[in-house]
Design a protein around this ligand. Structure first.
Ligand code: NAD
Ligand code: UGA
Length: 457
């Protein structure tokens, strides 16, 4: 039996450790965080994040071999294996601001581990980090004069929010990277053994430390690049009366390309794509590769264009002014099945519409509290309404910004009747039945498709 500790009880630390604890009843798993409120929520009936299937997994393991605690020091002392899953946001100050990863939380944990350790340990990088971070971690940890040895292993997380439990229960792959030394290999094996409790061995990939660290950034960059690529083409579709869904289908059926991550949208959001690509851009610049940096930076620029041009298209369609008009935004979360609003395109659209002095109402089943917090002072100008029918009442337009499935099933006939005419729908996720909406009387604007309007002149 091993004592497993995870530092950081966020979107990654909480769910990953819950799944490990569920599948490894022989291990004791403790998750700690500096945020005592969050820990209290993990110990309550109302978990701090919404994630399908998470409640059941936590219920199975919590109190048996899964524990959440705000008591960091003693838990470090007892641990054999420490996963570090703290936040690694983009740096907002000093050299590399707006691009490089802010490693202050990360470094603090290294020092906490060192301070509280009385035995040698395996330290696992679960957070997404710049390539070669493990070297800094090793240097800090092994700087002790107490004869303690620390092996640093990279085990990046590939879960996507909204499908986190499924992604971890049946991962495409698990990646473990370590130093190719005797103790490095032993440490790597300890991590492989944990996953091998439920993941088929052939899906557990081992690699050198730097490949593992870099692969995580590259995986996110490739995924985001596909979204930006199809969104770029969506803009061309809008000019040429091609339909981006048909183009994506035709292109994606080529088995070399594949169908996934080709859904044109108002843009990608989430806490990681932008941050990780900017980190990659920074690394390329740091290593003297400006052309490579510029190539990847374009993925982020394209995404920003997608959000701002969506707002411009709304304003243009609504006779070049939305000032004082009520507009209902369907969705605040950055994607369906999560309460997370970090970098959500819905909030970018909301801010753009506020600048145009629209009267904005947001509805979302799980993400309203986070949206309110993320909008800061601007939240005072926004109405947060859990009921989509109430949100749409007296609105000039509704805009779908998160692909929640229940938005598809709303009674759009009733919504149309309750709205100001001419009534507009802007489908930033291409999930609605556009022909049906058009027949009801809506003027329909989707991403990468010809608009369907009911104007006669
Ligand atoms: P998060 O902000 O939800 O959670 C991080 C937690 O770490 C917070 O609760 C914070 O209080 C805690 N923390 C910070 N410093 C601490 C310290 N010194 N001691 C104890 N706790 C501390 O972040 P997240 O979304 O879980 O992401 C964590 C890492 O995982 C990031 O590097 C991210 O890039 C990566 N990642 C995230 C996802 C995702 O879907 N969110 C997926 C894969 C990888
Ligand atoms: C992403 C990756 O998919 C995970 O593998 C990775 O672990 C994670 O980032 C991370 O490192 O944080 P996540 O951001 O949770 O996961 O969600 P995705 O499903 O990747 O969606 C990201 C954004 O792209 C969402 O806003 C989504 O709506 C958008 N998207 C996705 C599209 O607009 N079109 C698509 O075809 C796919």
């Amino acid at each position: 039996m091993a004592n497993v500790l995870c530092i950081g009880a966020g979107y990654v630390g909480g769910p990953t450790m819950a799944v490990i604890a569920k599948n490894c009843p022989g291990h004791r798993v403790v998750v700690v965080d500096i945020n005592a409120e969050k820990i209290a929520a993990w110990n309550s009936e109302r978990l701090p994040i919404y994630e399908p299937g998470l409640d059941e997994v936590v219920r199975t393991a919590r109190g048996r071999n899964l524990f959440f605690s705000a008591d960091i020091g003693p838990n470090i002392a007892e641990a054999d294996i420490i996963f570090v899953s703290v936040n690694t946001p983009t740096k907002t100050f000093g050299h590399g601001a707006g691009r490089a990863a802010d490693l202050q939380y990360w470094e603090k944990t290294a020092r906490q581990i060192l301070e509280n350790s009385t035995s040698s340990k395996v330290v696992v990088e679960k957070s997404t980090l710049p390539v070669r971070t493990a070297q800094a971690m090793e240097r800090i940890l092994n700087s002790n004069d107490r004869g303690l040895h620390f092996d640093v292993v990279s085990n990046p997380e590939f879960l996507a929010e909204g499908t986190a439990i499924q992604d971890m229960e049946q991962p495409d792959r698990v990646l473990v990277g370590a130093r190719q030394t005797a103790s490095g290999r032993e440490a790597m094996q300890a991590i492989v053994d944990i996953y091998a409790e439920w993941v088929p061995r052939e899906r557990i990939i081992t690699a050198n430390l730097w490949s593992s660290e870099l692969s995580k950034l590259v995986a996110n960059a490739f995924l985001a690049q596909r979204v930006s690529s199809i969104n770029a083409i969506a803009n061309l579709c809008e000019k040429t009366e091609a339909d981006v869904a048909e183009v994506a289908h035709a292109v994606g059926t080529d088995s070399r390309i594949g169908p996934r991550f080709l859904r044109a949208s108002v843009g990608f959001g989430g806490s990681c794509f932008k941050k990780d690509i900017l980190n990659l851009v920074y690394l390329c610049e740091h290593y003297g590769l400006p052309e490579v940096a510029a190539y990847w930076e374009q993925v982020v620029k394209m995404n920003e264009y997608q959000g701002t041009s969506f707002v411009q298209k709304m304003v243009a369609a609504m006779f070049n002014t939305v000032a004082g008009k009520r507009i209902a935004l369907l969705g605040a979360a950055f994607k369906a099945n999560t309460s997370d609003t970090r970098e959500s395109p819905a909030l970018a659209v909301c801010r753009g519409l506020l600048e145009e002095r629209a009267s904005v109402v947001i509805t979302d089943p799980y993400a309203l509290a986070n949206a309110q917090a993320d909008l800061g002072e601007q939240a005072e100008q926004v109405v947060f309404e859990p009921d989509p029918y109430v949100a749409a009442r007296d609105a000039h337009a509704i805009a779908v910004l998160t692909e929640w499935s229940h938005f598809v099933e709303l009674d759009y006939e009733a919504i149309f009747q309750s709205m100001v005419k001419p009534a507009f729908v802007f489908d930033g996720r291409n999930i609605l039945d556009h022909k049906k909406l058009h027949a009801i009387g809506f003027n329909v604007y989707a991403v990468g498709k010809p608009p369907l309007t009911n104007f006669t002149a």
